[in-house]
Design a binder for this molecule. Structure first.
Ligand code: HEC
Ligand code: HEC
Length: 244
C-alpha cells in the first residue's frame, strides 16, 4: 500500500466505517512472551533511522508526529516506551495476540515491511522525548485517593513496573509513568477482566481483587508520577523537527 492510500484508509477507520468485530475471535491463548517469532528477530537487527522516520509518518496519523498520543486515551503515548516493549507489542498486534482492530491494517508487513521495519520504527520512536503534559487522573495529592493509590502501587506493582513506573525493558515490562490516565485505565481493566490476550498472567493474578475504585486510584497515582525531566520535551508546544 502506498502512503496516500494508507492515510485514506486511516480516515475511513477512524470514522468507524470498517467493522471491528471481525477481529474479535482471532488468535487464541498463547504462552506469554514466548521466544521466537518477529520479536526475537527484530531485536537482533541493526536499525535504519531514515527508514524509521519514513515508516513512523504512517503511525503519526494516530500517535501524532511527537509520539504523544492523545490525552483522552484513544491513542497511547509511544514516546518514552522502551524498544523491547514497542517491538513486543507490535509483534503481538501483528500476530493477533493483542486485539487492535483500529491499528492492525497499518501495522502489517504489507503496509510497513517485515522485521526490519519493526526494528527501524521502534528505534526511531525510542528517541522521541515524552509529553510533559500527559492526561492525569482526577485526584491531586490533596485527596486521600492519591495516597491510597500510591499504597496500592507500592504493594502490587513495583516488582514489575519499578519504583515509579519506569518499567523493566529486559523483561518486556512496560514503562507506565507519563502515560495517559484514560489509556492506562482501559488497559488495566482489560487485563483484569481477561480482554487483553497478551497480558502477563502474573499481573492478572496480582490485580484480580481490584475494585473499579482501586483501579482508578492506582492508575491516578501512576499518571501523576513526576517523570525525570531529561526524558521530557522542553514544553508541551514542542514539535518534532524530523517532519519539518
Ligand atoms: C489508525 C490509528 C493507528 C495507527 C495508524 C497506528 N496506531 Fe498504534 N495504536 C492505535 C491504538 C488505538 C492503540 C491502542 C489500542 C488499545 O487500546 O489496546 C495503539 C497501540 C499501539 C502500541 C501499544 C502501546 C502500548 O503502550 O502498549 C504500539 C507500540 C503502537 N500502537 C505502535 C504503532 C506504530 C509503530 C504504528 C505505525 C506503524 C502505529 N502504531 C499506527 C492506533 C493506531
Ligand atoms: C508480574 C508483573 C506485573 C505486575 C505485578 C503488574 N504488572 Fe502491569 N504489566 C505487566 C506486563 C508484562 C505488561 C504488558 C503485558 C504485555 O502486553 O505483554 C503490563 C501492562 C500494564 C499496563 C498497560 C501498559 C500499556 O502500555 O499498555 C498497565 C497500565 C499496567 N500494567 C499497570 C499495572 C499496575 C497499576 C499494577 C499494580 C496494581 C501492575 N500493572 C502490576 C506486568 C506486571
Amino acid at each position: 500500500m502506498n502512503k496516500l492510500k494508507l492515510l485514506a484508509s486511516i480516515s475511513l477507520l477512524t470514522l468507524g466505517l470498517i467493522s471491528q468485530s471481525s477481529f474479535a475471535s482471532a488468535g487464541g491463548s498463547v504462552q506469554w512472551n514466548a521466544e521466537g517469532g518477529e520479536k526475537s528477530v527484530a531485536m537482533t537487527l541493526a536499525p535504519d533511522r531514515a527508514n524509521g522516520i519514513e515508516i513512523y509518518e504512517v503511525c503519526s496519523a494516530c500517535h501524532l508526529l511527537e509520539g504523544w498520543g492523545r490525552k483522552d486515551g484513544t491513542f497511547p503515548q509511544l514516546a518514552g516506551q522502551s524498544r523491547e516493549v514497542l517491538i513486543k507489542q507490535l509483534a503481538d498486534i501483528r500476530a493477533l495476540n493483542r486485539d487492535n482492530p483500529t491499528m492492525y491494517p497499518f501495522a502489517l508487513p504489507e503496509s510497513i515491511g517485515d522485521e526490519q521495519a519493526l526494528a527501524d520504527v521502534t528505534a526511531y520512536i525510542a528517541t522521541l522525548p515524552m509529553n510533559p503534559d500527559n492526561g492525569k487522573g482526577p485526584w491531586n495529592s490533596l485527596f486521600p485517593e492519591f495516597a491510597q493509590g500510591e499504597k496500592l502501587y507500592k504493594d502490587n506493582c513495583t516488582q514489575c513496573h519499578g519504583e515509579h513506573g519506569e518499567g523493566m525493558p529486559e523483561k518486556f515490562y512496560p514503562r507506565i509513568e507519563g502515560q495517559h490516565y484514560a489509556y492506562m485505565l482501559r488497559q488495566f481493566e482489560w487485563i483484569r477482566d481477561g480482554k487483553r490476550r497478551n497480558a502477563n498472567p502474573d499481573m492478572v493474578k496480582q490485580i484480580k481483587g481490584f475494585s473499579n475504585k482501586d483501579m482508578q486510584m492506582v492508575i491516578n497515582w501512576v499518571s501523576r508520577v513526576k517523570v525525570d525531566p531529561k526524558d521530557l520535551a522542553p514544553s508541551a508546544d514542542w514539535q518534532n523537527p524530523d517532519y519539518e
